[in-house]
Design a protein around this ligand. Structure first.
Ligand code: NAP
Ligand code: MG
Length: 481
């Protein structure tokens, strides 16, 4: 379709961020050098090296845990809950004040579009701190038992897809409930966690309450396996989650696992098609599909299949793929070369197994890691792309005839994190939602997040909940659910 409007880029300036040539670990309120082999973090949209990062060894993790323990026993544990709340409110306000800086840094280090880091990741991270700040002095009245007590030191490990938001999901509830933390960000996206360390200093948070230990998987393992950690909270792959569950079994540690997903997004023939198409796009292409709860399996009622696919393809043709710092960009860069390889491998398997691949005509930048939005039709439930998490902008389309068949296909997965239902009938929403084995079910919308709402999975998607009143229980001793 020809348009009277010419496209012009609207790049966000990166001058607001100040990236140092190298970064240390944040332990006991100070930046210190790690004793592991330093590593580099790159901008996945350009492959430009952004800076060098210290790697934490087991000895560094030990120092961080000791600092967290001291802070827990001497300062944070005994502190009046209302005063803890004040620190959290202060952190939340600073995150809002510095939101643009956080958003640009997140897009540079992760590759996600600035529109998303600016409008979703960072505002939601601040919202998590505001929400939990409010709980700090009300835990006795939260219906979680008479006198819920903190567990102690929390060891937390997070992935690269929502670096700052995952930090907020972990740190805010831990601090609000009186715990101290040692957090390991993902190797490819450590920068916003290090900026957060600066925010902790700006907020005068007592030293040792938050410690950030950067590094690769081995550093994460040292955090999880440390003998003086009382609570382990992990978000990441099912594979690593399983090894953590094994490592923690038989210890006194409490464990929360937020793992992968393969969500069904179910579209019935009475759904408003245009809205559903927006929801399908949002469900799978938000954050390049690097979303554990992405609507990666589209289940569409057979009689509207062709209409939905035609409309979906038209809409995908209008998506802009490219520079994450351009405010017009819908789909940014794939976070790492490794992830790009995984996506390519699974997409190739889709074709080899007989599904039909469709991609819009779209120009990809020469440098950096890119994958175009992709739709597979003629997918059967046995195909790898219908069963395995792609964690990229790849949608698998399956069909169904009856509601019962939709439910059976939706539940035919080893995961159970989220699902979506598109229909005009409220009664159908309630009935189907009750039958879906998924932690979160969205109706006539998708990928909506709120700190007041618990999030978590069934089956291989993990256990425990984050967010809401339920999320507090994972950080409290003797808390009734
Ligand atoms: P991953 O390999 O499991 O990594 C997650 C984190 O664990 C990273 O910080 C990683 O360090 C660290 N790690 C790796 N091996 C470890 C070990 N043996 N012990 C302790 N920590 C270890 O996952 P990913 O590939 O980065 O992330 C994508 C996965 O996360 C997807 O499967 C997705 O579904 C899941 N996810 C789930 C949620 C949720 O809320 N349920 C949210 C986001 C992502 P490195 O960075 O150095 O590898
Ligand atoms: Mg990076």
């Amino acid at each position: 379709m020809s348009s009277p409007f010419q496209y012009a880029p609207a790049p966000e300036s990166r001058s607001i961020v100040d990236i140092a040539p190298s970064y240390g670990l944040f332990i006991d309120g100070e930046f210190v050098d790690g004793t592991g082999e330093p590593f580099k973090t790159v901008n996945p949209a350009t492959e430009e090296v952004l800076t060098e990062i210290s790697a934490g060894s087991a000895a560094d993790v030990d120092r961080a845990v000791a600092a967290a323990r001291r802070a827990f026993t001497r300062v944070w544990g005994p502190m009046r809950p209302a005063d803890r709340g004040k620190y959290l409110f202060r952190i939340a306000r600073i995150l809002q004040e510095r939101a643009r800086e956080f958003a640009v840094l997140e897009s540079l280090d992760n590759g996600k579009p600035i529109r998303e880091s600016r409008d979703v990741d960072i505002p939601l991270a601040a919202a998590h701190f505001f929400y939990h700040a409010g709980w700090a002095d009300k835990l006795d009245f939260a219906g979680l038992g008479a006198n819920p007590r903190p567990l102690g030191v929390a060891g937390q490990v997070i992935p690269w897809n929502f670096p700052m938001l995952m930090l907020a999901w972990k740190v805010a509830p831990a601090l609000a409930t009186g715990n101290t933390v040692v957090l390991k960000p993902a190797e490819t996206t450590p920068l916003t966690a290090l900026l957060f360390a600066e925010v902790c200093r700006q907020a005068d948070l007592p030293p040792g309450v938050v410690n950030i230990v950067t590094g690769a998987g081995e550093t994460g393992r040292a955090v999880v396996e440390h003998g003086d950690v009382d609570k382990v909270a992990f978000t990441g792959s099912t594979e690593v989650g399983r090894s953590i569950a094994r490592a923690v079994a038989g210890t006194r540690k409490s464990l929360t696992l937020e793992l992968g997903g393969k969500a069904a997004n179910i579209v019935f023939d009475d759904a408003p098609i245009d809205q559903a198409v927006e929801g399908i796009v949002q469900g799978i292409f938000f954050n390049q599909g690097h979303v554990c709860c992405a609507g990666s399996r589209l289940l569409v009622q057979e009689n509207i299949h062709d209409e939905v696919i035609a409309s979906l393809q038209r809409r995908i043709g209008t998506l802009r793929v490219g520079d994450p710092l351009d405010k017009n960009t819908d789909i940014g860069a794939i976070n790492s070369h490794l992830q790009l390889e995984r996506i390519r491998e699974l997409a190739d398997a889709g074709e080899a197994e007989g599904a039909h691949r469709w991609q819009p005509a779209c120009e990809l930048p020469d440098r950096g890691y890119w994958f175009p939005p992709t739709v597979f039709t003629d997918v059967s439930p046995a195909h790898r792309i219908a069963r395995e998490e792609v964690f990229g902008p790849v949608l698998s389309v399956l069909t169904f005839r009856t509601p019962d068949e939709a439910v059976a296909k939706a539940n035919n997965t080893t995961f159970g994190l989220s699902a979506g239902i598109w229909t005009e009938k409220g009664s159908r929403i309630l009935k189907i939602a009750n039958q879906l084995r998924a932690g979160v079910v969205w109706a006539n919308t998708f990928n909506k997040f709120d700190p007041t709402s618990p999030f978590g999975g069934y089956k291989q998607s993990g256990y425990g909940r984050e967010g809401g009143r339920h999320g507090l229980t994972g950080y409290l001793k003797g808390a009734a659910q």
